[in-house]
Design a protein around this ligand. Structure first.
Ligand code: ADP
Ligand code: ADP
Ligand code: ZN
Length: 214
């Protein structure tokens, strides 16, 4: 199973991708998570990516592609993956299509988690992430049992640097300019599926499972 999650920042791609990965036993691959992990470890890649991330801009394709191709070469990708936050530009999507084609392979679905911009700022301002396991919560829509503490691992929750409203605005601009065109790209490839991402988390997941098991 090879799936791409599409959708604006904060649409719920990560939340859904984690559940898909758990249900179908494929890895959840988030380029954002990999960049943040690199940043935490202070690697050169992390430091390079930070400059863009903090501005709400996309990291250059060359850097992103290098990172993801390396990730695809790992053993756990043999049975597929759920991609969350990659591809984010047409050149990235074309590089992915080509890399798969070279192995006589292709994606199964691109799932667009559709959420209008009006809802996004709300989602982002309440997002809390776990520094230890990458778990994602929301103070109102998906609260943890104990405030500030991850339900999954007991780690401490933090607010992402780029979830400030003014940076979220910039990320939305980048999304509309550079990432939204992927919806048509995958529609043309015949693998686009759209789910209504304004529904609650469980209902969105139900709709995705229905698509995957159709
Ligand atoms: P969200 O899911 O909230 O949009 P991510 O964690 O996916 O956030 O991404 C955070 C930031 O990491 C992006 O704003 C961008 O700077 C960078 N990033 C992640 N994935 C990519 C990608 N495929 N191409 C370019 N930049 C990326
Ligand atoms: P993305 O990976 O697309 O940036 P996330 O999965 O991190 O998005 O979700 C963004 C925020 O919105 C998180 O705080 C998450 O808990 C919350 N969220 C995710 N899905 C929903 C939903 N269906 N309804 C309400 N809030 C949601
Ligand atoms: Zn955790």
């Amino acid at each position: 199973m090879k799936i791409v999650m599409l959708g604006a920042p904060g649409a719920g791609k990560g939340t859904q991708a984690k559940q898909i990965a758990a249900k179908y036993g494929v890895p959840h691959i988030s380029t954002g998570d990999i960049f943040r992990a690199n940043l935490k470890e202070g690697t050169e890649l992390g430091l390079k990516a930070k400059v863009y991330m903090d501005q709400g801009q996309l990291v250059p394709d060359s850097l992103t592609l290098e990172l993801i191709m390396d990730r695809f070469s790992k053993d756990d990708c043999r049975n597929g993956y759920v991609l969350d936050g990659f591809p984010r530009t047409i050149p990235q999507a074309e590089a992915l299509t080509k890399a798969l084609k070279d192995n006589n392979d292709r994606l199964d679905y691109a799932i667009d988690v559709d959420v209008p911009d009006e809802n996004i700022i709300n989602r982002m301002s309440g997002r809390r992430a776990c520094a230890k396991c990458g778990g994602t919560f929301h103070i109102k829509y998906n609260p943890t049992k104990v405030e500030g503490i991850c339900d999954l691992c007991g780690g401490e929750l933090y607010i992402r640097n780029d979830d400030k409203p003014e940076i979220v605005q910039k990320r939305l601009v980048a999304y509309h300019e550079q990432t939204q065109p992927l919806i048509d790209y995958y529609r043309n490839e015949g693998i686009l599926k759209t789910v209504d991402g304004t529904q609650d988390v469980d209902k969105v997941f139900e709709d995705i499972v229905a698509i995957l098991e159709a």
